[in-house]
Design a protein around this ligand. Structure first.
Ligand code: ZN
Length: 330
């Protein structure tokens, strides 16, 4: 088996109890592009929404499964508790602080006294902005000056220079940090940069650029985790297509259970639960979201993978209407 390299974060999938409100927040307020509106492939009665940059690139792909009316969860041991994003400058943090405040969303700047969520303060030493979505999912925006290309969505209100530029990484509460560290370092190829900051250095390949991903382990709170709305379901790391099946062998060789390769139509997926309790996925870079839609019109209509197309007439009327995202397109 040749050396395998993960190319940063592919996507992060979360849970919402309110798809219409979720679209307002992520596509309307945060300026992300709804790149795919589809159904949960394991339960086609509910939405699976994908937000991204203009192209729906791996590295900027935030997804939500909707469980209508689901109660709010709480991050705890065995969960990711914060999603980290990039912008280009401190002025962009000012912009987001103002835009979120105007929409009634409370924010905290890293320099603010007592700035923390779930007992965890700001990431790194630089200027950052923290806030939660309407269901309590925590985000932090950092100023990024590294080598990765910005991934941005065009939006009617958000100026391009302030747009969110894709994932920086995530922070997690491992229920078994010692073994989680072994999985990160020995199996998945993360570098230990100290203080439980783990770095995945990507490598460019055919048709894609290198992306760096960061993952932080934090001391879990005493309160137990409650899965539900506003919590992260899983994180996916990006793999070149030609290395994907080797990852299955590599993870299985450690004795961890890993699923067979599952074809998610827009990419192929492998899932395993790392010993700290967090569901990891390894997802392929490509074929991508333009597989079944014109790139100009991503996410405008309900996309159904071929297996579900035959039941469109049963599926579509059961889904709650969501806001028309064309109002936020440039
Ligand atoms: Zn996934």
């Amino acid at each position: 088996m040749s050396e395998l390299t993960l190319n940063g974060v592919h996507h992060i999938s979360c849970i919402t109890g309110d798809a219409p409100g979720n679209v307002e927040f992520y596509a309307g307020l945060l300026g992300m592009r709804l790149v795919k509106k589809t159904v949960n492939q394991d339960d086609p009665s509910v939405y699976h929404l994908f937000y991204g940059d203009e192209k729906g690139s791996p590295g900027f792909d935030l997804t939500f499964f909707e469980y209508p009316g689901s109660r709010e969860g709480r991050a705890g041991a065995g969960m990711i508790h914060r999603i980290l994003w990039r912008v280009g400058s401190s002025e962009s943090l000012d912009y987001w602080a103002d835009r979120l405040a105007a929409a009634g969303v409370e924010t905290m700047r890293s320099a603010d006294e007592g700035a923390e969520f779930y007992g965890v303060g700001p990431t790194g030493d630089g200027d950052t902005l923290m806030f939660q979505d309407p269901e309590g999912l925590t985000h932090e925006i950092l100023v990024y000056d590294g080598p990765d290309a910005p991934l941005v969505a065009a939006h009617a209100e958000v100026p391009a220079e302030h747009a969110i530029q894709g994932f920086h990484g995530a922070r997690a509460f491992s229920g078994n940090p010692e073994v989680t560290r072994q999985v990160l370092g020995l199996v998945l190829g993360f570098e230990d940069e100290g203080d439980d900051r783990w770095h995945l250095s990507g490598q460019a390949g055919e048709g894609f650029e290198a992306r760096n991903g960061f993952y932080f382990l934090d001391e879990p709170p005493a309160e137990r985790a409650i899965p539900g709305a506003g919590t992260v379901h899983h994180i996916a790391w990006a793999s070149p297509l030609d290395e994907h099946s080797d990852w299955r062998e590599k993870v299985a060789a450690t004795g961890l259970y890993i699923t067979p390769v599952i074809d998610r139509f827009y990419f192929k997926a492998l899932y395993f639960r790392e010993p700290g309790g967090i569901l990891f996925e390894i997802a392929t870079i490509g074929p991508g979201f333009a597989t079944d839609e014109d790139p100009e019109h991503l996410g405008e209509r309900l996309s159904l993978p071929p297996d579900f197309e035959a039941v469109r007439e049963q599926v579509e009327p059961n889904l709650r209407p969501i806001p028309d995202v064309s109002q936020w397109r440039p």
